[in-house]
Design a protein around this ligand. Structure first.
Ligand code: BGC
Length: 444
């Protein structure tokens, strides 16, 4: 199997995110983001790590884009740090920040790499968080100001856009479970944040459509096949609830279907108290592609003691299923099935895999990282994607997560997902064997 098996127009890229790679978090006029402040709270991030230097991409972007090219990819996905453009989230602009993304885009174009921008990849300006962040009604007008600015400023040069990265990811981890920034808890926070995020997602799409000529607009959903632990009706129903929350909750409003409330009274109550038919219309946008990001399936068992969802994950290691160093099950067949689940909606025109990848323990031996497990992971996942494509599913691209080891949110710098190893003390990059594997795969 080689890249040519996917057709000549297929997009191959690597995905990254501003807070995970840029560094220069407190300089060049950038305002603090919620990850800068969250990482100062004791015990929130492993080993007390913080994103202030990350991969120092801010200073090293020409070499890093050259690495994208060396590996043979033709797309570089990166995000814009909102607080680098608007230090307090709206109003006053930071010209240095605006210039920085021009430089990154120009460098991509100069090196023959297509830039793909994510508008929001989790690093909300701290100043907006103080006003309630995604739970506050006012967030939508601020987001729209930011989206409009970026579309007008960069839209002549950048045609590929992703509005929001994993709405379920950051609203659940950040506003319900408190393990990601801004560290809030509670179902009500989550539902408030979810509604505003679903609106922002569609608003962003509409703004890009209006401002950017010939734009290719998508948004990126986390997705996981949800498998009931047993065939008992309790496990099956619990699995359905998790599926509604993790896979359907943000996708279906985008497709004009409203929130998936039919099978679950909790969601129905939320929808009645939070959203109206007006919201339903506003949350809809006809995206050019639906981004899917898959890292694991989930096996779900009914559990009456878990509030709201009454479901519990049976972890891969307890089932003796193969898993990554993150504990996430490696299961390429489930990747194939979740692609099919997302593609089955008649409103979905095509799918782009906007993230997929794995953290395995990497060991630098004699200047080399022999990450065979990661190579096998990509081989299996790409074969599964090819099977789906050959069955007629319109898949237009695949972006590997990620170019280089970086700041992996609450895991700090320990969890290495890169195709390129990064020594965080010296910022020296070393291409892993998986990177060379990609180079070979993409050359044919
Ligand atoms: C996120 C990335 C993250 C990756 C691995 C995705 O959910 O979009 O930012 O690094 O998962 O955890």
């Amino acid at each position: 199997m080689y890249s040519s098996d996917f057709g000549k127009d297929f997009l191959w890229g690597v995905a990254t995110a501003a807070a995970q790679i840029e560094g220069a978090a407190n300089s060049y006029g950038k305002g603090p983001s919620i990850w800068d402040t969250f990482s100062k709270r004791t015990g929130k991030i492993k080993k007390g790590h913080n994103p202030s230097e990350a991969c120092d991409f801010y200073h090293r972007y020409p070499e890093d884009i050259a690495l994208v090219k060396t590996l043979g990819f033709n797309v570089f996905r990166f995000s814009i740090a909102w607080s680098r453009i608007f230090p307090i989230g709206h109003g006053t602009l930071n010209k240095e920040g605006v210039a920085f993304y021009h430089n990154v885009i120009d460098e991509c174009l100069k090196q023959g790499v297509t830039p793909m921008i994510t508008l929001y990849h989790w690093d909300l300006p701290e100043a907006l968080s103080k006003e309630g962040g995604w739970t506050a009604f006012g967030i939508n007008s601020h987001f729209n100001e930011f989206a409009t600015f970026c579309a007008k400023e960069y839209g002549d040069k950048v045609k590929h856009w992703i509005v929001i990265n994993e709405p379920f990811g950051f609203t659940s981890l950040g506003y319900m479970l408190g393990v990601h920034a801004p560290g809030q808890n509670g179902v009500s926070n989550f539902f408030d944040a979810a509604l505003h995020t679903a609106i922002a997602q569609a608003d962003g799409g509409k703004i890009l459509r209006a401002e950017v000529k010939n734009a290719v607009i998508g948004t990126a959903f986390s997705c996981s096949e949800i498998i009931p632990y047993t065939q008992s009706s309790q496990d099956i129903i619990a699995a359905k609830r998790v599926d509604a929350l993790m896979n359907r909750f943000f996708l279906e409003p985008t497709l004009g279907m409203g929130f998936p409330t039919a099978d679950w009274d909790v969601l129905e109550k939320f929808a009645i108290s939070h959203s109206t038919w007006r919201h339903q219309e506003r949350m809809r946008f006809d995206f050019d592609f639906i981004g899917v990001q898959n890292y694991f399936p989930l096996v779900i068992k009914y559990n009456a003691f878990i509030p709201v969802v009454q479901a519990w994950e049976v972890k891969a290691k307890n089932r003796r299923a193969p898993h990554t160093a993150m504990g996430w099950e490696v299961n390429a067949d489930s990747f194939y099935r979740i692609i099919k689940q997302f593609a089955a909606y008649p409103q979905v025109k095509n799918i782009m895999v906007t993230e997929n990848g794995a953290y395995f323990q990497d060991h630098l031996v004699d200047g080399k990282i022999n990450d065979q497990a990661r190579i096998e992971y990509f081989e299996a996942y790409l074969a599964a994607m090819l099977k789906a494509k050959n069955e007629g599913i319109n898949i237009t691209g695949y972006l590997a997560w990620t170019l280089m080891d970086n700041f992996e949110w609450a895991e700090g710098y320990q969890a290495r997902f890169g195709l390129v190893y990064n020594d965080f003390k010296t910022q020296q990059r070393t291409i892993k064997q998986s990177g060379y594997w990609w180079q070979d795969f993409l050359s044919k």
